[in-house]
Design a protein around this ligand. Sequence first.
Ligand SMILES: Cc1cc2nc3c(=O)[nH]c(=O)nc-3n(C[C@H](O)[C@H](O)[C@H](O)COP(=O)(O)OP(=O)(O)OC[C@H]3O[C@@H](n4cnc5c(N)ncnc54)[C@H](O)[C@@H]3O)c2cc1C
Length: 424
Amino acid sequence: MGKVAATDVSSQAGMTIAVIGGGIVGVSCALRLQSLGHQVTVYDRKGLAAEASAGNAGAFAFSEIIPLATPGMMRKAPKWLLDPMGPLSIPPRYALQLTPWLLRFWRASWQDRYAASMSAQAALMGLARAALERQISDTDGESLIQRDGQLQLFEGEKEYRASLPAWEVRGANGTRFDLLQNPDEIAEIQPGLSRQFTHAGYTPDWINTVDPKTWCEYLAGQFLSRGGRIEVQEVKSLSADRSSVALDLGSHKITPDRVVLAAGAWSHHLARGLGDVLPLETERGYNTTLPAGAFDLRTHVTFGSHGFVASKINGGVRIGGAVELGGLKLPPNYKRSEVLLKKACRFMPGLDSSDGTQWMGFRPSMPDSLPVIGASTASDAVIYAFGHGHLGLTQSAATAELVADLIRARPPEIALAAVSPQRF
Ligand SMILES: Cc1cc2nc3c(=O)[nH]c(=O)nc-3n(C[C@H](O)[C@H](O)[C@H](O)COP(=O)(O)OP(=O)(O)OC[C@H]3O[C@@H](n4cnc5c(N)ncnc54)[C@H](O)[C@@H]3O)c2cc1C
């Protein structure tokens, strides 16, 4: 298919722009594009913050620049996979379908690609931090932000030592941290943890939102109050011809000047209609949210080697994580939430685990841990903004700024080759 150039209306304010997806990425893009004077409508088949953006851990994890596919990780993976309730799982029914993505994931773990992904992630995170602060200030959203830092815990000297190269990399990329080498130092920051956690890294500048769903709804509220529109409507397909882009809404078609595709873990289905076959898979994650009073959580706590975190949500505690490479259709297996909660009770002995609410969400994940941000192959009028994996909340404001740069045909603040849809 030959590429269709976007009709040159980019210098005009007041373009009509359709954003597909009312998660945190779509809403952030909508807000940013609206601030540039465009008429923006968000289309979501379920409504606002209905999927991954509703129940995630609420962390702006700017220090997490290390890709999931690390050199040597394929040697460790079989051990994790042998435990069906371990931090990483692949339901046997989905294994065959997953193979092409896993091959790409394996390739992404090779030293050259790993290093390139990490450096691209670091650049994106630098922008993400600054863009979030701009977004908070533009929307007067500070009351929904918690600036309580993060503790990453290690069990014993060996695990701690193995983490040191990663701290070095984070430090080289501007993350401030303190390394703690006994449980008493850890207890000064977060009392009430099991003393089996002997070492930790503390990142004081880590930020959380009080609740990712509330945050997304708050931003959407700002967008609506400034004249934006949100329609609960499924986009059936996307197409581009020589002069226009069309969205099929089932009952009728619309032809906006520009389209932003931010449909999370479902985006690749729509991109395929424009000739882009993208290796997007979902890493399903699980959690349990406990009400206020469950534990006096003073910072975001990461139990790294167990693959889960404890975050403060609306004064309560959310215990969650896990990676289940199980596609979009299999039913949730809430035993995973239970396993994480049981472990949390051991690691946080005073935790009151009653009255929890379980949740499963679909992380939209690319094999190299980088999102897809760029124009579709078929048309410059369709900009992709999806595939943020574990980091969609963290990178939402930055993605919005980059999408706005692309739509205005301005040079983006960071190089986009590593996140281009055409990189595969
Ligand atoms: C357990 C867990 C913990 C996480 N913790 C964090 C964290 O602490 N920090 C962080 O940065 N990230 C975290 N993430 C990842 C983060 O939640 C996602 O990366 C992010 O929410 C993705 O946002 P999104 O807007 O791209 O997708 P989504 O929030 O999934 O939104 C996509 C939207 O598109 C809509 N849609 C799909 N198809 C169509 C269609 N055809 N027509 C119309 N609408 C459509 C859907 O209804 C949905 O509302 C976590 C994820 C999980 C599962």
